[in-house]
Design a protein around this ligand. Structure first.
Ligand code: COA
Length: 259
């Protein structure tokens, strides 16, 4: 499928999805969101893709939702926009393959929320992250008010959300908003090597681990543990588990098939 505002390259089973609207700092208009939805829907069932890196073209990762589009909305329109953006970012978070944000520059508002929906985040040392919506008379609407406190704690999240301040990569790393900081020159290689490290492992196990963390995090501990036990057990029916354990005992590398 040809995209107007995305480029998609697949190499070594890793799809790099680049938001490509650099003249507007990759701001997420309706079309970009639709295309992100389309690409992640396609990747979900594409067996040749085993990990995804999300990044931005030019000097920004994504500088937010498109403010010109937002400004044209009324109450019902804004609520619909928020629900639609949330659904797309939920799809990204729930992908059964690792999704890594390579934050190459500004990740503000919806851009920060896109990075938050990814499973982990690598940032270039020049990246700037933040949720500046209050400066526009808005609040984060693509999951930011929910994912940020779960990631960095309620108090720090409220500080970022209420001040609307941008933090640099070092500060984002210090507060747990990004996992790794790289130079601009090594950002993609660092993201790629993390992806390669994950895809060496059993794909069924990786998928179930993502599911256990995503679905367990908001449950009561007992329920979450029961979920973990069920998913742990379900791996007993997979070839990947048979192969992984047999390979260990035979002192040979495992050959996983994702079945
Ligand atoms: N929506 C729509 N357009 C955006 C945008 C957004 N979120 N962010 C940047 N742009 C556009 C600018 O309007 C400008 O377009 P123009 O050249 O047609 O005027 C272009 O991208 C370049 O941005 P500019 O502001 O000139 O770059 P800068 O280096 O001076 O500032 C930022 C960079 C990121 C600090 C600034 O663009 C900004 O504050 N953007 C909005 C961030 C935000 O509030 N996001 C949350 C949205 S809910």
């Amino acid at each position: 499928m040809p995209y107007e505002f995305l480029t998609v390259d697949v190499a070594d089973h890793i799809a790099t999805v680049t938001v490509n609207r650099p003249d507007k700092l990759n701001a997420l208009n309706g079309r970009v969101l639709e295309e992100l939805d389309g690409v992640f829907t396609a990747i979900a069932t594409d067996r040749t893709v085993r990990a995804v890196i999300v990044t931005g073209a030019g000097r920004a990762f994504v500088a937010g939702a498109d403010i010109a589009e937002i400004a044209a909305n009324d109450v019902a329109g804004l609520e619909r926009l928020s629900a639609a953006g949330q659904a797309i970012f939920n799809r990204i978070e729930r992908l059964s393959k690792p999704v890594i944000a390579a934050v190459n520059g500004f990740a503000l508002g919806g851009g920060c929320e896109l990075a938050l929906a990814c499973h982990f985040r690598v940032a270039s040392e020049h990246a700037k992250l933040g949720l500046p919506e209050v400066k526009l008379g808005l609040i984060p609407g693509y999951g930011g008010t929910q994912r940020l406190p779960r990631l960095i704690g309620k108090s720090r999240a409220l500080q970022l959300i209420l001040t609307g301040e941008q933090v640099d990569a070092a500060e984002a790393h210090r507060i747990g908003l990004v996992d790794v900081v790289a130079t601009a020159a090594t950002l993609h290689e660092v993201a790629r090597s993390l992806a390669l490290q994950v895809i060496k492992n059993g794909p069924m196990a990786v998928a179930r681990a993502i599911e256990a963390v995503n679905d367990g995090i908001d449950r009561l501990p007992e329920d979450a543990m029961a979920l973990e036990a069920r998913l742990f057990g379900s791996l007993g029916a997979t070839r990947d588990m048979a192969e992984g354990t047999a390979a260990f005992l035979a002192k040979r590398p495992a050959q996983f098939t994702g079945e």
